[in-house]
Design a protein around this ligand. Structure first.
Ligand code: SAM
Ligand code: SF4
Length: 475
C-alpha cells in the first residue's frame, strides 16, 4: 500500500490526543532520502526553521556514515549560532518516592517492595535546599512520585519553601517541577506558586508499548498523560518540558512523536515546548525492560543531533543518567542544560537528613556523580560559559528559547551577559582557587568577544559590584 500522509493527518484540537501511529510509521517506512535531500533538510534547519515530520524522517533514515556526520556537523553549527557558549546548570531534588503507579522500569513503582518510601518533611526540604545553595545551585527541579499526597497544593507548597530558603548569598531563583500530570485547576495552582517549567515525560509515545509498561495506576491512562500540556496551557502555564524515556520502544518512533507533540502545541497554542529531555533508561531496583530497544551510544548521539536540528528553538536537557564522556560529546552538538552535583537518594544533599544506608531509595542509578564544581571545572576547561541565569522567566520573557532563537542579538544582549554575571557570583562565593582562575579567564574572553561596547562596559561595571558584595544583577 502506498503511504499517503494526508489520509492519516489528525486535526490538531485542544485537549485531544494527536499521535497517529500509522502516520509516524508511514513516514519512517516510506521516506528514503538521497544525499541531496538530507543536506537540504539540514540547510532548512540552519535557516532556523523547525522541521516537519517528513523532514525529521529524512534525518532519521539517513544511515550513511558521512550523512550521519553531516547531521552532527549541522547540529554543532546550529548549537553555536543559536546558543553560543553557555550551558545552563541545574540540580534535581527528589522530594518523595511514594507512588501509586507501576511503571515497569522505575525503582519507585508501587509493587517494588524493596524500595524504602520517604517524603521529605518541611524542615528536611529546607536542609536540602540549604545544602544545594551552599554548593552554588540556583535552579532546581523538584521531583515527585505520583501519589495523592503529592497533589497540586503540596507541589505549590514545596515550591514556595524552595524559594523562601536563603543561605549566605545563596538562593533558589527558579524552581522547575517533574511530577505527575495535573488537571487544569492543579496546573493553575502550581503556576501561581511561581514554578518555571513543568516537566512531564511521555516515556513512550507508542500506545501499545505504553500499555505494556504501565499496567496499573493512574499512569496507565495514555491519553491523560499525552494531553497534559494542553491542560497546562489552558491554565496559563506555557512553560512545559517534554521527554521520552529512550530504551522502552524504537527510538525512531519516539523522536518522530516528540516532533509531532511539538507541532500539536504550536498548532493549538502557538508555543512549543520550552525543553525536551531524552533520558536513556538506566538500571533501577528490580526494574523490567525490553533489551531489544536499548539505545547504543552511537544512536544516542545521533538522536541528540537530530532533535537539535528538528526543533532548533527548544532547549535540550541531558542529565547525569549519562556518563561524563557522553555528556561532553552531547554538549558540542546541541545540549543546552545539564545537571551538576546530582544526588538521587532522597535527602542526600544535606548531612542532617537521616538516611537509611539503603541505596534502594534511589529511583535509578546515575552515571555521572561528579560534584557541581567538577562539572563547572570541565565546562570551563572546554571553553563553555557555565550559567545559572534565571532572568527571562523573572523578567516575564516567556517563550525564551524561541526569542533566543528568533530575536537578533538576543543571546548577546541577555544570555551571555547574564551567564557572565551568574558565573562571576559563583566564582566569588563558591569556587576553589583553581576554578576561579579558569572562570575569570573565560569571562575575560566572553567580554572580549562582545561587539557592543556599551553592553561590555555595563557588564564590567556590574562585575565590580558583584566583587563588592552585590548579588542578583541581571538584564
Ligand atoms: N512520577 C512522575 C512521573 O512519572 O512522571 C515524575 C517523576 S519520575 C521519578 C521522573 C522520570 O524519571 C520519569 O518520567 C521517567 O522518564 C524517569 N525514569 C523512571 N525510571 C527510570 C530509569 N530506570 N532510568 C532512567 N529514567 C527513569
Ligand atoms: Fe512512579 Fe514516576 Fe516512577 Fe512511574 S516513573 S513508578 S509514576 S515515580
Amino acid at each position: 500500500m502506498i503511504f499517503t500522509p494526508e489520509k492519516y493527518k489528525i486535526k490538531d484540537e485542544r485537549m485531544k490526543p494527536f499521535i497517529d501511529v500509522e502516520e509516524i510509521e508511514g513516514y519512517l517506512e516510506s521516506v528514503r532520502p538521497d544525499r541531496q535531500r538530507v543536506l537540504d533538510v539540514i540547510a532548512k534547519s540552519l535557516d532556523k526553521k523547525r522541521l516537519t515530520l517528513e523532514e525529521t524522517a529524512v534525518l532519521i533514515n539517513a544511515t550513511d556514515p558521512d550523512l550521519i556526520e553531516a547531521i552532527k556537523d549541522g547540529a554543532r553549527t546550529l548549537k553555536k549560532i543559536v546558543y553560543g557558549n553557555r550551558i545552563v546548570l541545574f540540580a534535581p531534588l527528589y522530594i518523595g518516592n511514594k507512588c501509586i503507579n507501576n511503571c515497569a522500569y522505575c525503582g519507585f513503582r508501587a509493587e517494588n517492595k524493596d524500595a524504602i518510601r520517604k517524603t521529605l518533611q518541611q524542615e528536611e526540604i529546607k536542609q536540602e535546599i540549604m545544602a544545594l545553595e551552599e554548593n552554588g545551585q540556583k535552579r532546581l527541579v523538584l521531583v515527585f512520585g505520583e501519589h495523592p499526597e503529592y497533589n497540586a497544593d503540596y507541589i505549590a507548597e514545596c515550591t514556595k519553601i524552595a524559594y523562601s530558603v536563603k543561605k549566605g548569598n545563596g538562593e533558589i531563583r527558579r524552581v522547575n517541577i517533574n511530577a505527575a500530570p495535573l488537571d487544569i485547576e492543579g496546573f493553575r495552582k502550581v503556576h501561581q506558586a511561581g514554578i518555571g517549567t513543568y516537566q512531564i515525560f511521555q516515556e513512550t509515545y507508542h500506545p501499545e508499548a505504553y500499555k505494556w509498561y504501565h499496567k496499573s495506576g493512574r499512569k496507565a491512562d495514555y491519553n491523560w498523560r499525552v494531553t497534559a500540556f494542553d491542560r497546562a496551557q489552558e491554565a496559563g502555564l506555557d512553560d512545559v518540558g517534554m521527554g521520552a524515556l529512550f530504551g522502552l520502544y524504537d527510538w525512531k518512533f519516539e523522536v518522530m512523536a516528540m516532533v509531532r507533540h511539538t507541532n500539536h502545541l504550536e498548532a493549538c497554542y502557538d508555543v512549543g515546548p520550552h525543553t525536551i529531555s531524552f533520558p536513556r533508561i538506566t538500571a533501577a531496583s528490580n526494574n523490567c525492560i525490553k533489551p531489544e530497544y536499548e539505545v547504543s551510544d552511537e544512536d544516542f548521539t545521533r538522536i541528540i543531533a537530530i532533535l537539535r536540528l528538528a526543533v532548533p528553538y527548544t532547549g535540550l536537557i541531558l542529565t547525569a543518567r549519562e556518563p561524563a564522556h557522553i555528556r561532553t560529546e552531547a554538549l558540542s552538538f546541541g545540549v543546552s542544560q545539564i545537571d551538576g552535583g546530582t544526588k538521587l537518594e532522597i535527602g542526600s544533599y544535606s548531612e542532617s537528613v537521616n538516611l537509611d544506608q539503603d541505596l534502594n531509595k534511589e529511583q535509578f542509578k546515575i552515571n555521572d556523580d561528579r560534584s557541581l564544581n567538577e562539572v563547572i571545572d570541565e565546562l570551563l576547561e572546554k571553553g563553555y560559559l557555565p550559567s545559572f541565569c534565571t532572568s527571562c522567566y523573572r523578567m516575564g520573557r516567556t517563550g525564551e528559547h524561541f526569542m533566543e532563537f528568533s530575536v537578533p542579538g538576543f543571546i548577546k544582549r541577555f544570555c551571555t551577559p547574564n551567564g557572565i554575571l551568574t558565573l562571576a557570583e559563583y566564582l566569588m562565593d563558591y569556587a576553589p582557587e583553581h576554578t576561579a582562575k579558569k572562570g575569570w579567564e573565560v569571562i575575560a574572553r566572553e567580554l572580549k568577544d562582545l561587539e557592543d561596547e556599551n553592553v561590555r562596559n555595563e557588564i564590567e561595571d556590574r562585575i565590580e559590584k558583584i566583587k563588592k558584595g552585590k548579588r542578583d544583577l541581571y538584564f
